[in-house]
Design a protein around this ligand. Structure first.
Ligand SMILES: Cc1ncc(COP(=O)(O)O)c(C=O)c1O
Length: 347
């Protein structure tokens, strides 16, 4: 199977397995897991932040960030396409008890002007909902892996500071933005109050995310992580895999982006297939089969029958994600399968 459903499907490499099998672990509930502590210290340096907290998933890190920087009933402004809304709004509402004020921007980029519009769009007497946090995403999964512009992040930083709002960056794929822009991880971190990054996407670790920020925020986050049942005792094996991924796998993301651009060029030539213009910004492609007479599910099923797995994003829209376990040969085959499936429907 050629699995382009997501970059979360990346397999733990033999080298990574061998490295994590040597990990020194302890009980992280007592703060005694050496591999977890080592990873957290390493990330503090790498991102230039006061504190770091390893957690099981990107969704958990995002929730911790909101739990620590809002109180129930507060409002959080973000673009409608960002993961915290698009996939995670139910859990965010039920666990963080915040109102998501979602903006449908034309570009996927949440600007200062858009946040200000959100702020001004309702009365804000003290007994109404107050905007306490702004969330941005980089790269933007719901916008085909588009990179959030650094200058816009800097503007948001100034604006949110002035308005006493927290700024959280969901950087599940920040490493993809980093290799493409050359902007350092610490420069990104310096512009936000909290930042979450994932090791289990293109970097190829089996699980794990880290929440980064000020000591006082992460002190709270440790409590909430436990409350949410994610006090994993010997998580050092996972932390070691995450460390290995950070040390060895970041540069390969650039190769993923190059493969994606070539893949895009071939897909653009296929009749009946329309690509989202931001496809190939990093490692994602979004294609519409709305011009064919196949539904997305029919298209996906037919591709699967021939050995290609794709992700149904929305009706008529399909996402493909290129990652380290996909070769150029796989992508050639993927193009052939897609052509074949769309060709057959006219017969
Ligand atoms: C932008 C973004 N944030 C958060 C997550 C959630 O990460 P996890 O699956 O580790 O919970 C994802 C997952 O794909 C994502 O794309």
């Amino acid at each position: 199977m050629i699995n382009l459903r997501s970059d979360t499907v990346t397999q733990t490499s033999l080298q990574m397995r061998s490295f994590l099998s040597q990990a020194e672990v302890g009980d992280d509930a007592y703060g005694e897991d050496k591999s977890v502590n080592f990873l957290q210290d390493y990330c503090k340096e790498l991102f230039g932040v006061e504190d770091a907290l390893f957690s099981t998933s990107g969704m958990l890190s995002n929730r911790l960030a909101l739990l620590c920087q809002t109180t129930p009933g507060d409002e959080v402004v973000l673009d409608y396409h960002y993961h915290i809304n698009f996939f995670d709004s139910a859990a965010t509402a039920s666990i963080c008890h915040v109102v998501l004020n979602t903006r449908s921007t034309q570009t996927g980029i949440l600007t200062v002007e858009e946040v200000d519009k959100a702020l001004q769009s309702k009365p804000r007497y003290y007994y109404f909902s107050q905007v306490k946090a702004v969330v941005v995403e980089n790269t933007i999964n719901g916008w085909v892996g588009k990179i959030f512009p650094f200058d816009e992040l800097k503007r948001l930083r100034l604006y949110t500071q002035e308005k006493s709002m927290a700024l959280h960056l969901d950087g599940a794929r920040l490493f993809n933005a980093h290799v493409e822009t050359g902007i350092s991880l610490s420069d990104y971190a310096s512009q936000v109050d909290t930042l979450s990054v994932c090791f289990s996407k293109g970097l190829g670790a089996p699980f794990g995310s880290i929440l980064l920020g000020k000591k006082e925020i992460l002190h709270e986050a440790r409590k909430h992580r436990l409350w949410l049942g994610s006090g994993v005792h010997q998580s050092g094996f996972q932390a070691a895999a995450a460390y290995y991924a950070l040390k060895h796998n970041i540069p390969f993301l650039k190769t993923d982006h190059e493969k994606t651009k070539t893949f895009k060029l071939s897909l653009e030539k296929i009749e009946d297939l329309e690509l989202h213009p931001d496809s190939g910004s990093t490692n994602m492609i979004q294609m519409s089969v709305q011009n064919s007479n196949l539904s997305s599910q029919e298209f996906i099923d037919a591709c699967e029958e021939q050995g290609l797995l794709l992700f149904p994003w929305l009706p008529g829209i399909i996402r493909a994600v290129v990652h380290r376990d996909i070769s150029e040969k796989d992508l050639h085959r993927a193009v052939k399968i897609i052509k074949d499936v769309l060709g057959k429907k006219n017969e």
